[in-house]
Write a protein that binds this ligand. Sequence first.
Ligand SMILES: *Cc1c(COP(=O)(O)O)cnc(C)c1O
Length: 384
Amino acid sequence: MIANRMKNLHPYIPGEQPKDRDYIKLNANENPYPPSPRVAQAVCAAVKAHPEKLGLYPDPDSNLLKEAIARMINKTGGVLCRTNVSGENATPSDEDKIPFEVTKDMIYVGNGSDEVLSFVFYAFFDGDRPLVLPEHTYSFYPVYAGFYQIPLDKVPLRNDWSLDTQKILKDANEMNTSIIFANPNAPTGLALTRNEIRKMILAAPKDRVFVVDEAYVDFGGQSAIPLLSEFKNLVVVRTFSKSLCGAGQRLGYIVASPELVNSVTTVKNSLNHFPVDFLAQTAGIAACDDVPYYAECAKKVASERDDFIKFLREKGWFVIDSCTNFVFVKKEGIPGEETYKAIKKAGILVRHFSTPGIEEFLRITIGTHEQMAALRQVMTDLKI
Ligand SMILES: *Cc1c(COP(=O)(O)O)cnc(C)c1O
């Protein structure tokens, strides 16, 4: 009864969402802050003024949302934490200024970046050669590779957990193939600078798409978006789920050349013509138009993260540097799974991966000041 292709499916395992108890949830890299109050206001106002819109198909191409995303990127340089905010105004720091205007036709928007990534895999990666990626990066990439039957070339990280960019480039050139990774990377939290990304793209195959997933860039990384004027094969993937406090809205997008955006749109129109619903489009537009709110949230998370890293290191934990909203930590001689269980018993959920090579680690999402204070207490009292 079941089609043969089902054998290639190895579903993603998301962070657990238990309902048995009110846990402090630091396991899915969600933002601890709610969306801007303007988001709920916009959604309520839209439903009240136009209830009929819930009965009509939405704009299939989310045109107003694309325009709002373009406005947000031009205003911030594509990195909230490094954006200067004063009152209602936001300006990018000098080094993040984008040397051209990001326009609507450079944006594709879908139901969360997971869906967008699925279309990116379909549109740009062939099954006749391996896709090159780091061994430890976002764990959904191998799931899509299985779904679309794209072989993978997984390049081990260096000893310091950074990307082995030389080996990645060597393999990609030898096989004339595409590259994908998250920057900042997950679950390590380390980032390449824009200049390092630029050097990589210069040295990578020119006629193959180079994908950078910037899910965490707003918490301190540098965006590759300014490089789009230079590289027609660059695809930058972004999400509303982390820095835009919008995981429940399911919004993600790519920024790329209009040609590549058209290819992804063709995939969408061959599968689900109306991907982003009316409410999510409305919510997304309101979010993009309140940059100062989200920049403040990102800064609070980043400052809480830096304090937490200091605390952990003083307590003898090994912590990889992070410019994301999570930290990746381990303690010599203590299996990650045991710490995870002990912390869960105390009412806090963090993430443990049983993937070989990183099973000693815990990935801890940065929460509010109160949540982190509770976690500090638990980690201080740990008896394992
Ligand atoms: C969270 C995350 C995503 C998925 O985001 P959604 O928009 O919620 O689907 C994609 N890539 C990376 C690296 C992530 O961490």
